[in-house]
Design a protein around this ligand. Sequence first.
Ligand code: CTP
Ligand code: MG
Length: 238
Amino acid sequence: MSPNSSAASPLDVGVIVPAAGRGERAGAGELKQFRTIAGIPMLLRAIRPFASHPRVCEIAVALPAECFESPPSWLAEVAGGRLHLVRGGLTRAESVLEGLRSLTPTIEVVLIHDAARPFVTSDVITAVIDRVTSGVSAVAAVPLGDTLKRAEAHGTRISETVPRRGLWRAQTPQGFPRTVLEQAYRAWLAKGNRLDATDDATLVEAAGFPVDLVPDRTTNLKVTTADDFLVAEALAAR
Ligand code: CTP
Ligand code: MG
């Protein structure tokens, strides 16, 4: 190594995949995270880009408690021993916290990615890791393209149009220095808040840490409803 190439060795990156939800909005049947898209389970699609990413050292997957003892067999085939399972909690944030507690102490950068986003690409994973490595938390996000309407408190009558300028839709992966994420969770719980935030940046913002937006693709969609599975099938067929 030349005297000028004294860059610090890259920080160890761990990934938490919350996959312990009930998928209620996707309707009855198999849990949505285990349902296949063009023959491949959604959870497997969500994990693979991390499992094959050169910077990722460890992956913690939070499963519904009742699946923990006998997880799907296809989970064993990914990540060559770098994947472990944890029991998820009653909310997404509780599931993430279980994953966070399970990570090896040497992990310094934590990425969180929803099992319900099967089309994440390696370039956005790299962009989030790079931002966190520079010391700032980062959220994959897309600038809003739709016109936004707020409805009256009860019902469907429009009360106002919300200017979309400056509004982004937060996606995952979201990445954080581990110490920042741990502090954010501690502060959130110390204030007596319930762990009901729907993303992790919310807690980190509330603790006063800066969080950057990293431009992502709209194809990194979240599969929530039965219709989203139709879109996902079409994307997988490209
Ligand atoms: N999740 C989790 N633990 C929970 C709830 C959600 O790990 N107790 C995970 C889901 O499995 C999903 C991600 O968090 O990968 C985002 O949640 P969402 O899309 O809302 O999935 P579900 O909670 O399963 O769906 P629904 O809200 O329709 O029941
Ligand atoms: Mg949910």
